[in-house]
Design a protein around this ligand. Structure first.
Ligand code: C5P
Length: 302
């Protein structure tokens, strides 16, 4: 056998995190998932994924933890969603190529920011291109959904309303740009646990008003309409949600809430300088937390 050699050139893309501006959760379905409606927006905070093809069919994944990040508990090699989705993609398409992958983490883990799903979507986009595999967008999205409810959103590259268990993605006609501040408490939340503690409400909240505000380009109105049904379950898991929420209440944030199933919390500010000043105050008030200034991306550059 010939010694294995990497064959391709490196390709790199950014894997943006997301924020849930709206998240309504219905009851538990027969398959264990919950029916939901969510409006998600990509943000500038991102991991980076680089991939090159290998001629020997092996997949090697190297994970590099960014400065200021805690990567404790981050799955490595074949346990990582990036590795698993590449294997899944090869099985589904019959492709036999291999890859070297470098994943540089910046997005907090167990935070409701979709970091792992975004990394997996980026791996699929690059593998399809680098391996030259024919695969329709629809097929890519449906095989992605088999490994995670949020991955199809990240394949869509922009603002979207997602339904079903999160995998049915409808893109919005536009997105918004503006300053946000994220606060990550020193504890992560398990998505499965937060969903387990969710108590369905008899009143279902509609996303229509928030979608209207986004499509009208109205930042203030969008911020005032933020909604996350999972926040009450998260408040029962950890006192951090209430504590962070109180600090945002004292800040000039136009709106604030937890993202996804947490534990990260965010606020939307009138402009970036105000967001920066507020981030400094939030850090001083919550020294145990990681505070990150970022912005909503109106669209994702590929
Ligand atoms: O699909 P994903 O792997 O992101 O989901 C993680 C866990 O979150 C699921 O195993 C399930 O417990 C919960 N979940 C849910 N309903 C959804 C999405 C996720 O109950 N719509």
């Amino acid at each position: 056998m010939k010694p294995s050699e990497p064959t391709g050139k490196w390709s790199t893309i950014s894997c943006p995190a997301k924020l849930n501006l709206f998240l309504e959760v219905g009851s538990r379905r027969g398959d264990g998932y919950h029916e939901l409606t969510t409006v998600m927006a990509p943000i500038r905070l991102a991991d980076r994924l680089s991939l090159r093809s290998r001629s020997d069919g092996q997949i090697h994944l190297e994970v590099r933890c960014g400065t200021g990040m805690s990567c404790a508990g981050l799955p490595t090699e074949s346990e990582n969603l990036v590795y698993r989705i590449l294997e899944h993609f090869r099985l589904a398409t019959g492709c036999r190529a291999g890859a070297d992958v470098i994943l540089e983490k910046q997005v907090p883990l167990q935070a409701g920011l979709g970091g792992a799903s975004s990394d997996a979507a980026a791996a699929l986009k690059l593998a399809k291109r680098v391996w030259g595999v024919e695969c329709s967008g629809e097929k890519l999205s449906s095989l992605a959904a088999e490994l995670g409810s949020d991955i199809p959103f990240f394949l869509a590259d922009g603002w979207a309303v997602c339904r079903g268990r999160g995998e049915l993605v409808t893109k919005l006609s536009r997105g918004l740009a503006g300053g946000v501040v994220l606060v990550q408490p020193p504890v992560g939340f398990s998505t499965a646990e937060i969903y387990r503690l969710h108590v369905p409400s008899s009143e279902i909240c509609s996303a229509a008003a928030l979608i209207g505000a986004v499509e009208a380009g109205n930042w203030g109105q969008t911020a005032r309409l933020l909604f996350n049904r999972l926040e009450s379950a998260a408040r029962r898991v950890s006192p951090w949600v209430e504590r962070i929420s109180q600090e945002f209440e004292r800040s000039p944030a136009v709106g604030h809430q937890m993202t996804g199933s947490g534990s990260c919390y965010f606020g939307m500010f009138p402009n970036v300088p105000v967001a920066r000043r507020s981030a400094r105050r939030l850090k001083a008030a919550l020294p145990e937390c990681r505070v990150i200034v970022s912005d909503l991306l109106p669209a994702v550059p590929f």
